[in-house]
Design a protein around this ligand. Structure first.
Ligand code: SF4
Length: 207
């Protein structure tokens, strides 16, 4: 790990020692559904929706008791509800048919599920199964680029950069740290650079 990455990681660890996922879940399947719902939506909103949805539909079998339009009614407030409902149902079908109803615990297998992209697979792998992965969401993408920790025009490029510059055993934690920093300090519109303890290490600030 280079010196800059080391300093950033150390500072983020001291700022957010309790960084953890904000999505509520009780099983890998619940997490998978919550992550699909969280695209372009706040975790708070997703938690409200899943609190109701998971009372009756917290396994692939139970989810598939719902039609597309019935599921859409549950998840309407998360936005993009038509696509999200389709993804949840197709992933549930795949889990039942390909994996005997159990969410697979490898990145490769997670990525074979219909409706599950790289980011969702990474989050489920890291958070539900303790695997080493960095999911690049909007916060991780923005903060990594601004700091110059890993630069790239696509999430895949930033993920590749982060995986190169950070040790594997820190990937999952770094993902949460960068999300916290993006939410609390390095906001999309008005980053609070004046109060940011990483400013001396930040490319964006130096410009
Ligand atoms: S100095 Fe500003 S741009 Fe850089 S990480 Fe901090 S808040 Fe974000």
């Amino acid at each position: 790990m280079n010196e800059k990455a080391q300093k950033i990681l150390k500072e983020l660890a001291s700022l957010y020692p309790d960084a953890q996922p904000a999505l509520k879940f009780n099983s890998p399947y619940e997490l998978l559904v919550a992550v699909i719902l969280s695209a372009q939506c706040t975790d708070e909103r997703v938690n409200k929706v899943t609190e109701v949805l998971f009372k009756e539909h917290n396994t692939p079998e139970k989810m598939l008791n719902l039609s597309q339009s019935e599921l859409e009614k549950y998840i309407f407030s998360c936005g993009f509800y038509h696509n999200k409902a389709a993804h949840i149902l197709s992933a549930s079908r795949d889990i039942l048919e390909k994996y005997d109803g159990v969410v697979p615990d490898t990145l490769e297998q997670l990525k074979t599920l219909a409706g599950v992209g790289q980011k969702t697979a990474n989050v489920v792998y890291a958070v539900a199964f303790g695997g080493d992965a960095i999911a690049v969401d909007t916060h991780v993408f923005r903060v990594s680029n601004r700091l110059g920790l890993a630069e790239g025009k696509t999430p895949a490029k930033v993920e590749e950069g982060l995986c190169t510059v950070l040790p594997k055993n820190e990937w999952s934690k770094a993902h949460h740290y960068l999300i916290y920093h993006g939410r609390r300090v390095c906001h999309s519109q008005r980053p609070d650079c004046a109060n940011c303890t990483l400013k001396d290490l930040c490319n964006f600030y130096k410009k």
